[in-house]
Design a protein around this ligand. Sequence first.
Ligand code: NAI
Ligand code: MG
Length: 398
Amino acid sequence: MEKRTIVKMPGDGIGKVVLEESIRVLDAAGFEANYIEGDIGWKFWCTEGDPLPQRTIDLLADHKIGLFGAITSKPKDEAFEGLIPELKEKGLVYSSPIVGLRQHFGLDICLRPCRTYKGNPLNFIRRGKGNTIEEPEVDVAIFRQNTEGLYGGVEWSDPPDQVYDALMTHPKFQKNFGDAPKEEISVSTRIFTKNATERILRAAFEHAKNYGYKSVTVCEKPNVIRETSGMMYKMAQQIQKADFPEIELWNTNIDAQMMWLTKNPENYGVIVAGNMFGDIVSDGFAGLIGGLGFACSAQYNPETGVGVFEPTHGSAPKYADYPVSIVNPIAMIESACMMLDYIDEQEIAKMIRKAVAEVVAEGKVRTYDMAKMSGRPDVIEHGAASTVQMTDAIIDKL
Ligand code: NAI
Ligand code: MG
């Protein structure tokens, strides 16, 4: 069989470190592939004025599967300062290349699983009856709509006249904002389309069906955000009734969900939400299973087959300069496992996940976060494992 080609996009900071570690694990597990490097991130913004060069888009269009580390993003003004002098005159505006990738390839389905590893000292615990300590087992799959909603990028400060006039046709805008000077108004829109909403809902229900989850929870705020959240919930009811009657449909408000999260996380199965609430609720659940060192994600377009797999964490620039890397590679390794699932290499994924589980359960090798240290360069001297040592331990178990 011809080897697969994977586009590896290390990006910035610790993205570069953890991506290479995940490839070491893939190699050791016997996954055979060619890796081509795709340029993305801060360096390319500074020197070329584009953090997502067209050549990287072309690579991904050709090969469809991307492994991504993390990038560094900076606010508009700071980003401008980073440009080389020749580019400063060109009126370039920085925008996040990962958001750019999502939008360019319509990677509208984002899946962020949060599963407890037995023996992880970072697992959430709570008090039970009779002053006992309980450690609920979390196994949640969060489906986040990845391209629309509040992160859709349709926004203005001092909106153009047509936009302002259109807003003024809404009685509530007139009443609540009509007195504010136009130039003092900022608007960020929350746009949902039926097509994308249906896709994320169906992805969630299908996942529940395929992996034996008993419920799908729509986590939005339909009582207040009536049009967008309301539409999502109503469509979920229709889809469940028509095609997934065996799966229960639950409905929680994002704010209440963040409270319930620590009361009964073991009760939830699949959760589905719009872009921002999906981002929030997935970070919330990730906190229960070990945080950024463990939080992995997949984003894909089921029609074109393009998929990009990445840890949820960012480039942690401070950590990138340490002489020995101390960050936890598990989030990236888990993301690589999600890639394997996506390309039908579930057996290898299973093997890697088992190896990770064994290392965590054994507890001999722990990165600084698992050892509950603050992330300074000297953690290694105090017994924390380095990034490489953690990867080696996982490879040893394979
Ligand atoms: P971050 O996720 O990079 O780091 C926050 C903190 O989390 C770190 O200081 C560290 O204590 C911990 N952490 C992160 N990854 C870890 C790992 N693998 N193991 C152990 N601990 C880990 O978020 P921050 O500091 O807010 O952002 C840094 C840069 O990353 C910014 O430029 C931001 O825009 C960018 N970013 C990029 C993302 C992406 O590429 N998808 C996502 C989030 C942030
Ligand atoms: Mg986030």
